[in-house]
Write a protein that binds this ligand. Structure first.
Ligand code: UD1
Ligand code: CA
Length: 453
């Protein structure tokens, strides 16, 4: 890079994000930029990255019927492109908001949500026009980049307009440009639509800038860093990239993962220091793990808060509203929903806790469940501290089990249990001495007689 083309002074920055395209290749009723990566719409991934560049303004270009895009972009300015006539046409509705703005304008494609910030910072520091490019073994469908012998950018040609020779070029256009605000309007006005698609291509801007003697420069990124989402196959590939970004973030923050590639995170997952994640753990929205939490393999967590040093799984399921205390043990095949679980509670195996509050130091036995639904309404179960719920107990809500109570195994409980009481609700067992031996003898005799006849 020629250092004379680098600007020392920090110039004001405006960012224009193009998001008005229908995204018909996605075959989806959603606008393309509303498709999510790790639970966050692509447009919001991009907006969050943009915020790190500290711009003076961000303008999102949407189509008039894209209310959800406008809502996702708030509080930033949203302007509308009434007809999708191409990427150069899409920038035009943003021009009135840039009138009198004297700085750099960074133009981003809304369908390239994971664009690396370092590259954008380099572009902003460059005077003249700059474009982001990458070399790829999969150039199909992308604009090809032509360089001059001095390495400057000569032209970008869309694949549909390439001749056979140009199609062999593997240097491709990422679709991200940085231009001086004052030149943007005249350059856009110079772009025509005499091409295979009859559209106004932003890719024609570099050759216009170069013809006017402006420096045209390319900055190169790895093709794996961002190459755009046009199809659901590319969306899935970007999801994998987003997962890797999130995994690395958590690993660098001190989380242990035995096999990070099998841990699926949500964009807002919060994991404290020294947490341990065994393979095959899935995080849905709004999960917070405080420090030292140990999540064993095959656990599924969503909208849950887990206190420090608790253990979950293997095969634990925390559903929305699970509020788990500290040093809690939630073992295999345990499901907790809309419930608070006090410190040091043990829910070691095969249990369902729904719409319940469980006090500290309580033991909730194997196979015990809260019966919270009567077919019409949900009811709450209140369990105090130091309670012992035996195995295979049904607690028919609404019900209160007070501190220190013992609920005998196999009981179906319909009445409240007072403090320190034993409640037992099962039929008594009956012992018949020698019965089994007599029964066996009788059956064997019958079998032998049948064989003999
Ligand atoms: C574009 C580039 C191509 C580049 C590729 C990188 C052009 C002509 N082509 O192609 O050189 O290699 O990106 O991914 O620029 N949009 C609008 N209004 C429109 C058309 C598009 O807002 O009228 C928006 C879309 O919502 C999308 C972005 O612009 O976010 C890019 O449009 P898309 O149709 O995906 O362009 P590509 O064919 O991928
Ligand atoms: Ca695209």
């Amino acid at each position: 890079m020629n250092s004379s083309t680098l600007s020392n002074a920090v110039k004001p920055l405006a960012i224009v994000i193009l998001a008005a395209g229908k995204g018909s290749r996605m075959r989806s009723p959603l606008p393309k930029v509303m498709h999510k990566l790790a639970g966050k719409p692509m447009i919001n991934w991009l907006l969050d990255s943009c915020a790190a560049l500290n711009p003076d303004k961000i303008i999102v270009v949407a189509a008039p019927d894209m209310d959800d895009v406008a809502a996702a972009a708030a509080p930033h300015d949203v302007v509308f492109q009434t007809q999708q006539n191409g990427t150069a046409d899409a920038v035009k509705p943003a021009l009135p908001l840039l009138a009198g703005f004297d700085g750099q304008v960074l133009i981003l494609m809304g369908d390239e949500p994971l664009i690396p910030l370092d590259a954008l910072r380099q572009m902003i520091a460059h005077d003249g026009l700059s474009a982001l490019v990458f070399n790829t073994p999969h150039p199909h469908g992308l604009g090809r980049v032509l360089l001059n012998v001095d390495g400057s950018l000569q032209n970008i040609i869309e694949e549909k307009d390439c001749d056979a020779h140009q199609k062999l070029i593997t240097l491709c256009n990422a679709g991200t440009y940085c231009v001086p605000a004052r030149q943007l309007k005249p350059w856009l006005e110079g772009i025509g639509n005499n091409n295979a698609q009859g559209e106004y291509y932003l890719t024609d801007m570099p050759k216009i800038a170069a013809a006017q003697g402006f420096s045209t420069h390319t900055f190169t990124i790895e093709w794996t860093q961002s190459w755009g989402v046009n199809t659901r196959v590319q969306l899935a590939a970007h999801e994998a990239m987003a997962q890797n970004i999130l995994r690395e973030r958590h690993l660098n923050a001190g989380v242990w993962m035995q096999d990070p590639s099998t841990v699926y995170l949500w964009h807002d997952t919060k994991i404290g220091e020294h947490c341990r994640l065994e393979p095959n753990v899935y995080f849905g929205a709004r999960v917070v793990l405080e420090s030292g939490v140990n999540v064993k393999a095959f656990s599924h967590l969503e909208d849950a808060h887990v206190g420090a040093n608790s253990t979950l799984g293997p095969f634990a399921r925390l559903r929305p509203g699970a509020e788990i205390g500290e040093d809690v043990k939630i073992g295999n095949f345990v499901e907790v929903k809309k419930s608070t679980v006090g410190d040091r509670v043990k829910l070691s195996h095969f249990a369902y806790v729904g719409d319940a509050d469980i006090g500290e130091d309580t033991n909730f036995g194997c196979g015990a469940i809260t019966v919270n639904y009567d077919g019409f309404n949900k009811h709450r179960t209140m369990i105090g501290k130091n309670v012992m719920i035996g195995s295979n107990v049904n607690l028919i809500a609404p019900i209160e089990i007070h501190d220190g109570a013992f609920i005998a195994a196999g009981s179906t409980i319909t009445d409240n249990a007072p403090q320190d009481a034993l409640v037992i609700a099962r039929s008594k067992s009956e012992v018949r001495e020698g019965w089994a031996a007599k029964f066996r003898k009788l059956k064997n005799n019958t079998k032998e007689k049948r064989k003999a006849s």
